[in-house]
Design a protein around this ligand. Sequence first.
Ligand code: PGA
Length: 252
Amino acid sequence: MRTPIVAGNWKMNLTHQGATDLARGIAEGCPENGVTAIVAPVALHIPAVAEVLAASPVLLASQNMHWAESGACTGELAGPMLREFSVRYVILGHSERRQFFGETDEGVNRKAQAALAQGMHPIICLGESLQEREADRTQAKVEFQLRAAFAGLTADEAQRTIVAYEPIWAIGTGKTASPQQAQDVHALLRSVLEDRFDRQTAQAIPILYGGSVKPANFAELLAGEDIDGGLVGGASLKVESFLELTRIALGS
Ligand code: PGA
């Protein structure tokens, strides 16, 4: 069985005080077992949040990283720097980065390989736009992004990777994919992973849903056989709603 995951993507939000308060509240109330809770603060807040989370079951993610280990890359962050602060996960290819910061499928793949080489777990985001959904191109789009992100990975590396299906039209809009729409895409993604690797590998890879996840809709999304958790933006910014999501995941 795949352990359910609740991953909070804090995006470019919160002050230093706000981030450490939120982390403390989550650390205090998070279930010890049965759910993997992850938070992704802005890079600047990672050291302080790492300290708050040190003795808790809550794990840390970065919202991005560069594929190089060091070098002339102004404004970027390298994997070894993140590892120094106990960062175990890295969100890659979020649609906001693809849309506004020129992130490409090839770049996502290079970053995933670099993260794996650092012993980190990439959380690879993919999903279709509203236009693509309406043009019936959802399957082609997500399959293409998935295959590109996993290019060159071994089955063992693939099993240390997480996928997050985030339909772009559902992010921050209050519109969620229906549980059936989400499950259909998740099942497709798992079948592509099985085709690319093997059944056991495909079954081991967690596939999260993201896009306006909140306590009111999480249980029905998690009921989907191939939906293993959520990558959550807005609803991860309040202690109570994040903790509620972890409790729902625990009961799923
Ligand atoms: P949202 O964001 O939950 O605010 O829609 C999800 C995401 O972008 O990961």
